[in-house]
Design a protein around this ligand. Sequence first.
Ligand code: UD1
Length: 337
Amino acid sequence: MEHILVTGGAGYIGSHTLVELIKSGYRVTVIDTLERSEIKIIEGVEKITNTKVDFHKINCLDYLALDSLFSKYKFNAIIHFAAYKSVNESVVKPIEYYKNNIESLLTLLEVMKKHQVNDLIFSSSCTVYGQPDSIPVDESAPFKRAESPYGASKQLCERILEDAATVEFRIISLRYFNPIGAHESALIGELPIGIPNNLVPYVTQTAAGLREKLTVFGNDYNTPDGSCVRDFIHVVDVANAHVRAIDYLSRHPKNGSFEAFNLGTGTGVSVLELVNKFIEVTGIQLPFTIGPRRPGDIEKVYADPKKIRDAFGWQTNYSLGESLLHAWNWEKKIRNK
Ligand code: UD1
């Protein structure tokens, strides 16, 4: 049985990936600091899979703790989710973001090298492209200057990985578009800290009565209805792609490789379309208003997912409506409604 180390496995995408890995027959070990998640997420994974999860409260910056974990187990591959991910927070805490996101990757690579573990799947973001010159955006699009330290940290990590891969590693970087939704069991999902910045958690919290109303940031963009366009993808579809990526690496035993893949649906959906779809599938009259543009927002971006479909034989299984319904079911669950 292949043994996978999942860093940041108590997080939003990490926890959904654990479920898919366990369902596919992988043995998993999880490390997470729990500074931005809760142990109940791991318990949710255990309930869904009926499997005890091997969990360790370890920070990826802690070389000695990682070294001793790698001495204990012989991992076949690592999936590295552990990172800070708030765009806004990164602007006010740039040093913390660079230290956490870059140093943790470097520490992990050092330990992997020492223990001769070569396979790594890295969590990247479509934010590396900035506003691309043409859409749908494919993997050959150049990186524009990042708008935030968070975005810059992802660009820098990819550069580090590209250089590291010229030695012994086999590395895949998955560039996520906009993951939304939750597991359909409503036992795991996203746990936003404070007032959410991202659209779907704000929508579900407004529907649950925690927020007065949603503000749609701008309706004067050059898009069909004037609101921004994104590629929203169900988090379980995102999770599944990680299992495919592990399988792809084991089928392509070539050392010194770095490959990046877009992870999106390929369909652009506007903010207003998403809001209307939420109202349609939940029957809730979501209060919303149109506000000014949010600084730094990109007008429209969605993926060309051909490369990942062809290489992994991966496709999405969930619709936008299902994604929103699952996000809402999770919100109700955490509010005990
Ligand atoms: C951002 C980050 C991305 C990160 C992702 C998930 C950028 C350029 N991208 O994506 O790197 O991976 O978050 O953390 O910063 N919106 C509203 N009202 C709201 C909230 C959002 O209208 O209350 C709109 C935004 O203006 C945007 C869309 O919804 O047009 C999606 O916003 P959001 O969920 O924050 O994701 P991104 O900004 O696309």
